[in-house]
Design a protein around this ligand. Structure first.
Ligand code: 13P
Ligand code: SF4
Length: 333
């Protein structure tokens, strides 16, 4: 389809989608034109739930590889396609299954909780899966006397430990290259500049723990990981919320604030602006770009449907074990 305009490409995608009995699921960080052709846009949790409930025969997953794997684990009878196999995740790559097994051997009594940003092999070795919107709830559901191994994001892990006040939580030192760069100094600078704004912060950010310390009272309700608070001991008064990407979308809609600062990957701003034209959204950093998410282009979505590529299939023995961890999470949320 070289030289074909965007509108024609969109029409071809719609035609192929009907022909293949396919549904297009897109993460909130996807390119605007990819979001435009999606049947459903959401965060990791919402996308897994959507995959679980769709009647379509084929799922074209516009997101990164672990997300497509999750869909394949949940829906073994469906054909799950990812438009580019190189769409990985720097955070998911921080832990291998061998490293996890060695860590578990050091803590034989521990309950393992893995963030959804992990490979299927790693999920298969864990007791629970979680996403940024339910990590607090999942950890709170584990008996107090059981140690918890939380992996692989150290900022989300520290956030969960702070909110739950749990002392027996061991955290894997992984990070996402996009969110780790959102440091406390950057947020404090923006807080001083935009005193009337509300701040929406993804718990994967490098600023999370200090921001909870500055502004949080640690009373996250586990439903969207919300911690509200007013600044203390630093002369700054503001409204800070810690939310998953879909939590941010929901919050942006109901907020009475006219200006919101968004601390996560910049792709989310397209949908936020589209759904809330009367509000101003400012990215905390225009450098917060996930190169893996951006590998999925409209052209590749078209090719994916045309050639039915690239299929993501998790071996059954791994899928059975990984499904257990995901289903335990879905049962809690
Ligand atoms: P969400 O589940 O909040 O969408 O986050 C996924 C992710 O990869 C964040 O970088
Ligand atoms: Fe992974 Fe970070 Fe990209 Fe999210 S933003 S998919 S955590 S690399």
């Amino acid at each position: 389809m070289d030289g074909v305009g965007i509108d024609q490409l969109k029409q071809e995608i719609a035609r192929l989608k009907r022909e293949r009995d396919a549904v297009i699921l897109a993460h909130n960080y996807q390119l605007p034109e990819v979001q435009d052709v999606a049947d459903f846009i959401g965060d990791s949790l919402a996308l897994s739930q959507k995959a679980a409930s769709t009647d379509a025969r084929v799922i074209v997953f516009c997101g990164v590889h672990f997300m497509a794997e999750t869909a394949s684990i949940i829906c073994p009878d469906k054909r799950v396609l990812i438009p580019d196999l190189e769409a990985g995740c720097s955070l998911a790559s921080t832990i291998t299954v061998e490293q996890l097994r060695a860590w578990k051997n050091e803590h034989p009594d521990a309950v393992t909780v893995c963030y959804i940003n992990t490979s299927a092999d790693v999920k298969a070795e864990c007791d629970y899966c979680c996403t940024s919107s339910n990590a607090v709830k999942v950890v709170k559901s584990i008996p107090e006397d059981r140690p918890v191994l939380f992996l692989p994001d150290m900022f989300l892990g520290a956030y969960v430990a702070e909110v739950t006040k749990r002392k027996n939580i061991y955290i894997w030192p992984g990070e996402c290259h996009v969110h780790a760069g959102i440091r406390p100094s950057l947020v404090l600078e923006m807080l001083k500049t935009y005193r009337d704004a509300e701040f929406l912060i993804h718990p994967e950010c490098g600023c999370t723990t200090s921001m909870v310390y500055y502004f949080g009272n640690g009373n996250g309700n586990g439903n969207g990981c919300v911690v509200n608070g007013n600044g203390h001991d630093n002369g700054i008064s503001c409204n800070v919320k810690f939310l998953s990407t879909e939590g941010m979308m929901r919050y942006a809609k109901q907020s009475s604030a006219k200006r919101l600062i968004v601390a996560t990957e910049v792709g989310i701003l397209y949908r936020m602006k589209k759904e809330n034209p009367d509000k101003e959204f400012i990215p905390i950093s225009s450098d917060a770009v996930c190169k893996y998410m951006k590998l999925i282009t409209l052209e590749k979505v078209y090719r994916s449907l045309r050639d039915m590529v690239y299929e993501v299939k998790v071996p059954e023995d791994v899928a059975v074990k990984a499904r257990r961890a995901i289903e335990r999470m879905l049962a809690i949320t």
